[in-house]
Write a protein that binds this ligand. Structure first.
Ligand SMILES: C[S@@+](CC[C@H](N)C(=O)[O-])C[C@H]1O[C@@H](n2cnc3c(N)ncnc32)[C@H](O)[C@@H]1O
Length: 212
């Protein structure tokens, strides 16, 4: 029998809560060197496309246990504000345990319904999480409202769309989670009043940058 949307949502949340403690180890640790720099070159590329400045306000939606935190804080400095948002409580617990800087705000919320102040962020990241969001046009609309005019939405993965969709198929709890094709993505972004500045979809790197 087909699962309901509510059951799929619950299973997905459970899937991420269950992996919160080992997420960084699973995804970012180089098994050879033991260092957490498996994707260092791709992160350099991502941040070269998204040049954050000191004092900026950044939202990290679907943040997990906070792989982006050190890289964002290094760029926005102590005057900037970083909001770490995730619907999985244990991801936020782990993130909070690992990152103690006073300019981080932690928020357990669904990305589509989060209490985000309008026009309050310079940059919004959806890093390695967009396929998991239900009601994608609604999510992009909510994130666009939270951006200040001129602010940037970043949707990125270190896989192509095809790779990420194939990858999810092997995990039942997220096998329905799909990254839409380029025209659908660009259409959703345009419908939310954003202009696409860059769209890259190649082996090992996906990045859509859109400006308000
Ligand atoms: C693949 S993990 C990536 C986490 C982190 N961005 C990283 O790269 O390590 C996807 C994250 O999105 C979160 N997520 C999925 N659906 C969500 C939703 N509707 N609202 C908020 N967070 C969500 C999950 O809990 C999970 O932490």
């Amino acid at each position: 029998m087909e699962k309901t949307a509510e059951a799929l949502y619950r299973d997905r949340k459970q899937f991420f809560n269950d992996r919160a403690g080992e997420w960084l180890e699973l995804c970012y640790r180089d098994p050879q060197s033991g260092r957490f720099d498996l994707h260092a070159a791709a992160f350099d590329r991502l941040f070269s496309l998204v040049p954050l400045r000191p004092g900026e306000r950044v939202l990290d939606a679907g943040c997990g246990s906070g792989v982006l935190v050190p890289m964002i804080l290094e760029r926005i400095g102590p005057e900037g504000i970083l909001c770490e948002l995730d619907f999985a409580e244990r991801m936020i617990e782990e993130n909070r345990r690992l990152h103690r800087e006073p300019n981080i705000r932690f928020l357990v919320a669904d990305v589509a319904r989060a209490p985000l102040e309008p026009e309050s962020f310079d940059t919004v990241f959806c890093f390695s999480c967009f396929p998991h969001f239900d009601r994608k046009p609604e999510v992009i609309g909510a994130l666009a409202r939270a951006l200040r005019p001129g602010g940037t939405l970043v949707i990125s993965h270190f896989n192509s769309a095809e790779e990420i969709n194939r990858h999810h198929e092997s995990f039942p709890a997220v096998s329905h989670d799909h990254l839409p094709g380029p025209e659908a993505m660009k259409g959703m972004v345009a419908a939310a009043g954003l202009r696409v500045d860059a769209f890259i979809d190649e082996d090992g790197f996906y990045c859509l940058l859109a400006r308000k």
